[in-house]
Write a protein that binds this ligand. Structure first.
Ligand SMILES: [Zn+2]
Length: 661
């Protein structure tokens, strides 16, 4: 029976490929559905033949996605941007000098404006799909990705190496227009742009809903330790041969002048494409050179994105407001008459700092040009002087903090920004620090509304981060009229945040200049908070990618006795200040496992540490309250004992699928 089921699966994989990749179906949709229905009914009848990569798994499920976070096997860098051909000339010179070679050749590709995704395949099977996340860790969206028909769950071809493959999930223009037509008909508000809709879709909780979205995925990078591919052009061919969708528009450019031709060609034709692009990606073609060039802390040195000129719009300046960040930095923000740019409504634009206001020679209530590129924050790039009224007054940068304390702002030497240095008392800074602390990339405490935090700060219930962990349900309900269920959920989220790893805790403290990557480097190097607190300037700057500014900021932070006390308090509450004892999740809390037999996929040691790091425990004897994970060559006694006790048996695959590990 298993053989027959496998036959049906392979048949469906094959016809799926013909339909969605080759665009050359050999059977009708009805025939396809008949085979699929037969498979589904057999799989229901024989659950022991469950296969996470079966075509039946594409239909989605109403079970909620939990989007667990996993490390990327290979870090997912973003690309450096360039906005002019001169930028590219400079980039080319820089890498030629770096490599000591001239006349480099390149691979040019269209830069899709969608959501990046990283898939891993083992033994030809899709194992995991992660979002970019912070580049180091991403969210597991495998169940949602499986619903995209053009992504193979099983390769058509047997290959003997595992690989990671990267692509961009998009919604094509035609499909997007169709979606909006239906929404309009149903009286729903229309989606703003394909990119945001694609991005929202892959994070939907319910994969049945994702299935309904017309998502497509195009692939452009394959990484493996074991293939013998020499350049990006070959790599793209391999991607296609393995059965993935690729854009056929990539071009091998034998020198930088060919690159310019490619850019000019697509700059004229980009609006004719059925999908949105926001530029061109230029990669050094030779993979050996790519390796030699390596990476900065943010970008690969061997690739760059060329961004097409962005759309600009004219609108009226209504007011200038001042925002105070969590570190005290004060940013002037232009409040604008709302205007549509690239399908997004723009109401505010950053003015960056005092110098920028003076450079623009900004006057009150005048008409300004606003641009919004790929960046999240729109900016004012110029002024329509012809429309300026003769009595308009220049905008003066306010050197007083907008907070109730109204401290005088201070400009730090070497920085363009003004700061409110009353860090401990300035309310917007306190609020900003709490917002940062609870944010997803920090302690990830979901369900904490900004108003709630503000109210708690105002009544002095929140002064230090540790106060968060002392909040009670009664308090939350009474001060905020919060529903009991929401209060309970918030308290659970607070409790769960205690298991965040050390580098996230360090990042959460909001020490100036200590971002995510810096926190990770510090943690990997110093291992414990004590080592870091006791380190001197020279020890700190000896760490990879840590400079003077960061070291000074750390020393200043740890010199403050209140900060040291707060860290002790957080440590006492159980937050992790130590690189060891780190738990990945609590998924297996209170569950006990017995591992029996050997596994092709994983060593027993690794399986054991996987269980432990997700909160489970491992035992050696089969008793009533355990779950048995069975591999090959399991002792018959263990099986019969398990059967007589009626306990659950799982293969490795089912174990992974069941707990979404
Ligand atoms: Zn202030």
């Amino acid at each position: 029976m298993l053989k027959y089921i496998e036959e049906l699966r392979n048949k469906l994989h094959h016809h799926n490929y013909l339909y969605y990749i080759k665009d050359a179906p050999e059977i009708s949709d009805i025939e396809f559905d008949q085979i699929l229905n037969e498979l589904v009914s057999l799989e229901n009848k024989y659950p022991q033949y469950f296969d996470a990569n079966s075509p039946s798994q594409r239909v989605g499920s109403s079970l909620s996605n939990s989007f667990k976070t996993f490390n990327h096997k290979y870090r997912m860098y973003s690309l450096e941007n360039s906005y002019s051909l001169e930028d590219l000339v400079k980039w080319n010179e820089r890498i030629e000098k770096n490599l000591g070679k001239n006349n480099l050749s390149f691979s040019c590709e269209l830069k899709l404006d969608g959501v990046s995704i990283s898939l891993s395949y083992e033994k030809g099977l899709l194992k995991k799909a992660l979002t970019r996340g912070d580049g180091i860790q991403g969210d597991d969206v495998t169940e949602n990705i499986k619903t995209i028909n053009s992504i193979p769950l099983k390769l058509n071809r047997a290959i003997d190496y595992d690989f990671t493959i990267r692509g961009e999930v998009i919604i094509e223009k035609k499909d997007f227009a169709e979606m909006n037509k239906i929404r309009e008909r149903n009286g729903d508000t229309k989606y703003m742009n394909p990119r945001n809709t694609a991005s929202g879709s892959i994070k939907l909780i319910n994969s049945l809903e994702v299935k309904k979205r017309p998502l497509k995925c195009y692939f452009f990078q394959i990484i493996s330790e074991n293939y013998n591919i020499l350049n990006q052009t070959e790599a793209l061919n391999l991607v296609e041969e393995l059965g993935f969708k690729t854009l056929k528009t990539n071009r091998f450019c034998k020198n930088i002048n060919d690159v310019f031709d490619y850019i000019n060609y697509w700059d004229k034709r980009k609006n004719d494409l059925n999908f949105e692009i926001d530029g061109i990606v230029i990669k050094v073609n030779n993979l050996g050179y790519q390796k030699d060039l390596g990476y900065t802390s943010k970008f690969p040195r061997w690739a760059i994105a060329y961004k097409f000129a962005t759309e600009r719009a004219e609108t009226k300046l209504i007011d200038v407001e001042y925002q105070v960040g969590r570190t005290g930095v004060v940013t002037p923000v232009a409040v604008l008459e709302p205007v549509l740019i690239n399908g997004t409504k723009v109401k505010r634009a950053s003015l960056h700092n005092k110098d920028q206001i003076e450079k623009l020679n900004l006057h009150q209530n005048e008409y300004v040009f606003v641009e919004k590129g790929g960046e999240i924050i729109p900016k004012i790039v110029g002024i329509n002087k012809e429309k300026r009224s003769s009595d308009a007054k220049p905008v003066m940068f306010s050197e007083i903090c907008p907070c109730p304390i109204q401290s005088n702002l201070v400009k730090i030497a070497g920085e363009a920004q003004h700061y409110c240095v009353n860090h401990k008392k300035c309310p917007p800074q306190i609020l900003g620090r709490f917002k940062h602390f609870i944010s997803r990339k920090a302690m990830n405490i979901d369900g904490f509304g900004i108003e709630t935090i503000e109210r708690l700060i105002n009544i002095n219930e929140l002064k230090n981060f540790s106060d968060i962990y002392a909040l009670s349900k009664q308090k939350l309900i009474s001060i905020d009229r919060m529903a009991e269920k929401s209060a309970q959920n918030l308290l659970t989220a607070i409790k769960n945040s205690i298991s965040q790893p050390f580098h996230k805790v360090l990042f959460s403290l909001g020490i100036r200049h200590v971002g995510e990557t810096v926190a990770l480097n510090l943690v990997n190097n110093f291992k414990t908070i004590e080592n870091l607190m006791n380190a001197d300037f020279d020890q700190i700057i000896s760490v990879n990618e840590i400079g003077d500014k960061i070291a000074e900021s750390l020393i200043e932070y740890f010199d403050d006795v209140e900060n040291r006390e707060e860290i002790q308090q957080l440590k006492y509450l159980g937050l992790c200040f130590n690189i060891r004892n780190e738990n990945k999740s609590n998924t297996l809390n209170n569950l006990k496992f017995v591992i029996s037999g050997t596994f092709q996929e994983i060593s027993r040691e690794d399986l054991k540490s996987m269980i432990l790091s997700n909160g489970g425990s491992v035992s050696s004897s089969v008793t009533k309250n355990i779950i048995l994970i069975i591999g090959e060559n399991v002792g018959p006694k263990k099986i019969s004992k398990a059967d007589s006790l009626g306990i659950e048996k799982l293969t490795y695959d089912r174990f992974i699928a069941k707990f979404k590990l």
